[in-house]
Design a protein around this ligand. Structure first.
Ligand code: 4AD
Ligand code: MG
Length: 431
């Protein structure tokens, strides 16, 4: 008899298999018990017919409660009515543990209750689908960048200074010195790009932001590619190809998961490069036309602005050339216009907001030094960063894609808190 998983049962039609599983739910109609089995790879219905099993197996099946664990031995049947296309005729049940009073029942629970039980909530079909799509995006990310000749480089998480400015930093002690949790690996990735050409990182980043929105996490995962000899426009082309690649991978490889989430896939089929581009100047005009009368040139966009801009397009849209003074110190000014920088934020459709922030970097030593002074950044940790402009400086660009916002968008779910196994939110460090 073959030991297998629910995802693999199609290989064993009309054969007997053994599966380690949990009871997601159970129904009974006198002489038949229907076990809704889950094993992490999928869900399948197990049918126990009283007249066809031993008394022992019938009683064992009767004793099973929600989230009890078991080995189930049964024969795989093809069944077109079943959501997975298969059913299991149960021959034997080996109980591992009878679970008592599992707190998450099929009834409606409030979000706070579910978040308090996140360690168990992960078992639900919805959470399973979301985190499998997250995994698919991670897999597609490695495929895409490896295929494009990037190598993965891992920047440090404990740093002596800030990458994105001095606020929103998590402070910690580093023996007798101060240290901070990384907000972005970018500065290190720039060093790596000058060593390896094209690099990408994938790791956790931390922002001590007091934001309590559906798009903000305190700890989130970022993919940060950095490319030597790549200028602004070429960087946008890589970004749109990358985002198209992950969207198409999810569409092709996560059909079941998208169905569980009731995702309107027609909205994703369209996500193919090229993506539209709009300058910050034109975005301001567009917003004014849409009735945002009080937005002024020089102000940053909030979530409602981003949503209004995205509504004009059916694909992600790049907003380019933001004013210099609302963007980070390292962004390269447009040579034709000093008051804007060669940068772009990629705004996802359907109100999901900014999923990528990126730019061409300043490669001129003097200008970078001047920016340091303007931003009053005197940290000695920056010395090494300035040296990158001293020894073989080249034009280079990079960007950061926020994984959780991308998962939320592709899944079509309301809040980023469900897109990471154990979210860290303003008021939540448990479980
Ligand atoms: O725009 P950000 O702050 O850019 C950087 O950190 C650059 N250093 C990246 C680079 O050029 N290498 O962040 C990049 C992305 C955002 O577009 C967003 O998707 C995500 O990271 N992000 C967050 N996601 C969840 N919660 C938060 N608090 C986030 N802050 C940023
Ligand atoms: Mg940004």
């Amino acid at each position: 008899m073959q030991k297998t998983t629910i995802s693999q049962v199609s290989k064993y039609v009309e054969q007997e298999v053994k599966i380690g599983a949990w009871i997601a739910n159970k129904r009974s109609s006198g002489k038949i018990q229907f076990l809704q089995l889950r094993d992490g790879t999928g869900f399948i219905q197990g049918v126990v017919v009283k007249s066809e099993v031993s008394e022992e197996t019938w009683e064992a099946a009767r004793s099973l409660t929600q989230e009890s664990s078991l080995y189930v031995i049964g024969t795989v049947r093809k069944d077109d009515r079943a959501p997975s296309g298969y059913e299991l005729t149960v021959n034997e049940v080996q109980v591992l543990q009878i679970a008592q009073d599992y707190p998450i029942t099929p009834k409606e629970h409030g979000t706070e209750f579910l978040m308090d039980h996140r360690h168990l909530w992960l078992r639900s079909s919805r959470q399973n689908a979301i985190l499998r799509i997250r995994n698919e995006i991670i897999k597609a990310t490695y495929e895409f960048f490896n295929e494009e000749g990037f190598i993965k480089v891992d920047p440090p998480i404990l740093t002596g200074s800030s990458a994105e400015g001095t606020t929103d930093l998590f402070h910690t002690e580093y023996f007798d010195r101060d240290a901070y949790l990384s907000q972005s690996g970018q500065l290190y990735m720039e060093a790596a790009a000058l060593a390896f050409g094209k690099v990408f990182s994938f790791g956790p980043t931390f922002r001590a932001e007091k934001s309590k929105t559906r798009r903000h996490l305190i700890e989130f995962w970022m993919i940060e590619p950095e490319m030597a000899f790549v200028e602004h426009e070429e960087s946008l082309e890589i970004q749109e190809q990358y985002v198209s690649y992950i969207a198409q991978s999810v569409l092709n490889n996560c059909k079941m998961e998208l169905k569980v989430l009731d995702r309107d896939v027609s909205k994703l089929e369209n996500i193919k490069a090229p993506f539209p581009r709009i300058t910050y100047d034109d975005a301001i005009q567009l917003l004014k036309n849409k009735g945002f009368d009080d937005i002024e040139w020089g102000e940053d966009f909030g979530a409602p602005h981003e949503t209004a801009i995205a509504e004009s397009f059916d694909k992600p849209v790049f907003i380019t050339h933001y004013p210099t003074n609302i963007k980070a110190f390292y962004m390269k000014p447009d040579p034709d216009r000093e008051d804007v920088v060669l940068c772009a934020d990629l705004i996802a459709p359907e109100g999901y907001g900014e999923i990528i922030g990126g730019s061409q970097r300043i490669d001129d030593l003097e200008l970078l030094q001047q920016r340091y002074n303007e931003h009053q950044l005197t940290d000695p940790a920056y010395e090494w960063y300035l040296e990158l402009r001293k020894y073989g400086s080249v034009p280079h660009s990079g960007f950061g894609l926020g994984l959780e916002r991308t998962v939320a968008w592709l899944c079509g779910i309301e809040h980023v808190r469900e897109t990471i196994p154990f979210p860290r939110l303003l008021n939540r460090l448990y479980p």
